[in-house]
Design a protein around this ligand. Structure first.
Ligand code: ADP
Ligand code: MG
Length: 398
């Protein structure tokens, strides 16, 4: 199974339906972060250069199949026009006679943005009739929205089966790096998984222990693993009902020859607050009234030593309560170590997850990582080893 290449496609005069992620954060009608718009620019530029008619489709927020005026994509058109330095037309519907009439007027190189696909009740239901309606607008389908690829919706999945389907440049880029991190990585592969809870990442941990050589567990979820090994964790965030789950993951790791690395020393405090009085202690020395809020220096050094031996790193989840200084130190130190190794070409370092991206930005190292995914849910499902419907639908037998 392979993907068709957009770069070599002949698209002169063709109508190209491009599924993008324009679900940008907005406040009072203004875009507060245009990262997602900028991510789509290379694909749009390439299509313009190829003489295609570029029809952009995206969802915005959660209108749940109804027209919700505050969730219109209309304000995106001028912002995109400014980034592209050319006109971007807007169609007040994403399908049907209104959209068809606007598309019929398009010339090669024109760019059109369709209204929110989720205004249609059929979008999230992956209604074949809606997909057919989209297909009437175009000759070719491009999906450049990896972050929406874990959903089988009409514009992300159904339509891909009705037209020649290509990954966009940003989708292809993301798939390439994710493949280098977990699909076909250079071993030894190390995973760092942190964050709040084991319960939200059971599938992810189970998938990783069968694929990586070392799994470092950190953050709040490490407390559950420590407790499962018999450690006293005091008032720490800990899922005491999941001790058996933690033990099962450890057993699966052992069966797959995956080494699990847990913190040996920790930073503890009596309050979950920035600058709360704190001390560093061995994992076995946590007192009843204390909670673990960060990895200690020995733990961070062990993690750094393991990173030195790895060729590939995949990271999701902070090692401590990084929003509350000084409990960010463990995460910041580990992030800097990984970034330095990646920067010097000794490590392929890939990371993703909402709080993880925030932590890497806080450490000012995101640029040094080989790849940082902002795809959120799609990234996590990919780490869980799940097939993403929006990606599967782009595959061609070769
Ligand atoms: P991501 O969004 O990257 O997938 P998560 O949402 O799973 O990450 O976890 C992030 C949260 O975990 C952060 O809010 C952080 O404060 C919290 N966290 C990490 N370590 C601890 C800890 N020891 N105790 C309590 N919360 C923690
Ligand atoms: Mg999170």
């Amino acid at each position: 199974m392979t993907f068709l290449s957009l770069k070599t496609a002949d698209l002169q005069g063709k109508r190209v339906f491009v599924r993008v992620d324009f679900n940008v954060p907005m406040q009072d009608g203004a875009i507060t972060d245009d990262t997602r718009l900028r991510a789509a620019i290379p694909t749009i530029q390439l299509l313009i250069e190829k003489g295609a008619k570029v029809i952009l489709a995206a969802h915005f927020d959660r209108p749940k199949g109804k027209v919700v005026p505050t969730m219109s994509l209309a304000p995106i058109a001028p912002a995109l026009a400014a980034l592209l330095d050319r006109q971007v037309a807007f169609a007040t519907d994403c399908v049907g006679p209104v959209a068809e009439a606007v598309v019929a007027e398009m010339k090669s190189g024109d760019v059109l943005l369709l209204e929110n696909t989720r205004f249609q009740p059929g979008e999230e239901k992956n209604d074949p009739e809606l997909a057919k309606g989209f297909a009437r607008l175009a000759d070719v389908y491009v999906n450049d929205a990896f972050s929406a690829a874990h959903r089988a919706h009409a514009s992300t999945e159904g339509l891909a089966h009705l037209l020649p389907a290509y990954p966009g440049l940003s989708m292809a880029h993301e798939l390439d790096y994710l493949d280098r991190a977990l699909g076909n990585p250079t071993h030894p592969v190390m995973a760092v998984v942190g964050g709040a809870k084991v319960s939200s990442k059971i599938d992810l941990l189970q998938n990783l222990v069968s694929r990586v050589d070392i799994l470092a567990v950190g953050g709040g979820m490490a407390n559950t693993f420590l407790a499962a090994r018999g450690a006293h964790v005091g008032k720490s965030l800990c899922e005491h009902d999941l001790l058996d789950t933690a033990r099962a993951i450890e057993a699966l790791a052992a069966a797959n020859k995956c080494q699990i690395l847990l913190p040996s020393d920790v930073v503890v405090a009596e309050a979950f607050a920035a600058h709360a009085p704190h001390r560093t202690c061995e994992v076995g020395d946590v007192k009843d009234q204390e909670m673990i809020l960060d990895a200690g220096p020995k733990s961070v050094a062990a993690l750094a030593a393991a990173l030195e031996t790895a060729k590939t790193l995949v990271w999701n989840g902070p090692l401590g309560a990084f929003e509350l200084p000084p409990f960010d130190i463990g995460t910041m130190e580990a992030a800097r170590t990984a970034a330095a190794l990646a920067h010097s070409g000794r490590l392929v370092a890939v990371a993703g997850g909402g709080d993880t991206v925030a932590a890497l930005n806080q450490a000012v190292v995101a640029d040094d990582f080989t790849f940082v995914s902002t795809a959120g849910g799609a990234f996590l499902e990919w780490m869980e080893g799940k097939a993403l419907p929006g990606v599967e639908a782009l595959k061609h037998p070769s």
